[in-house]
Design a binder for this molecule. Structure first.
Ligand SMILES: Cc1cc2nc3c(=O)[nH]c(=O)nc-3n(C[C@H](O)[C@H](O)[C@H](O)COP(=O)(O)O)c2cc1C
Length: 170
């Protein structure tokens, strides 16, 4: 059993739902998991492994995600850390946009003290009705498609892979 922290940065709530799903799968696998928003400033010192994820706005993961990683670098050192990003460019037909999507988790990895032990991109959601007029304009500029594109099988598979790899490491 590994004590695990799943920290997330969200604006619309989708990354939280994915973080909670990862937490549920890790718990099922026998780990002791806490799922917390980075804004609550969780301390990785109390955990043996960490997962951190963020949504994406206008080509960048949310500043709160990177800021938490930077603030907690000292306690992330020496712990396995998995990173994930939740975005919509992964669904694009444009190869450049898809390549950009694959690189979003690297923005979190870049501020980790050591390379992440796992990294992945998940498709998210976009509901214009729950966004401000400014966000709707930015979303249109970024060609964000409307709808719920969460891929729960992909989330479950990644969480189970993390659980297996942590079991082997210990
Ligand atoms: C204003 C806005 C800008 C966005 N910009 C991007 C973007 O640049 N690239 C991308 O892949 N997805 C973009 N998205 C899609 C979001 O990353 C997606 O909606 C994600 O599910 C948001 O996660 P959250 O609900 O946890 O905040 C954007 C969405 C909005 C509303």
């Amino acid at each position: 059993m590994t004590r695990m922290l799943v920290a997330f940065a969200t604006k619309g709530g989708t990354t939280q739902t994915i973080a909670e799903r990862i937490g549920a799968r890790l718990t099922e696998a026998g780990h002791q998991v806490t799922v917390v928003a980075v804004q609550d400033n969780p301390d990785p010192a109390a955990y043996e492994a960490v997962v951190v994820g963020s949504g994406v706005l206008n080509g960048s993961v949310y500043p709160a995600g990177g800021e938490w990683v930077i603030a907690r670098q000292g306690h992330l050192l020496g712990r396995p850390v998995g990173v994930f990003a939740v975005c919509l460019s992964a669904l694009s037909e444009d190869p450049e946009a898809r390549a950009a999507a694959l690189a979003y988790p690297d923005q979190l990895a870049a501020v980790l003290p050591e390379p992440p032990f796992a990294s992945i991109v998940f498709p998210g959601t976009y509901d214009p009705g729950s966004r401000t007029w400014w966000e709707r304009i930015v979303a249109r500029l970024n060609n964000a498609p409307k709808g719920d594109f969460r891929d729960w099988d992909k989330v479950d598979a990644w969480a189970r892979e993390l659980a297996d790899r942590l079991a082997v490491q210990r």
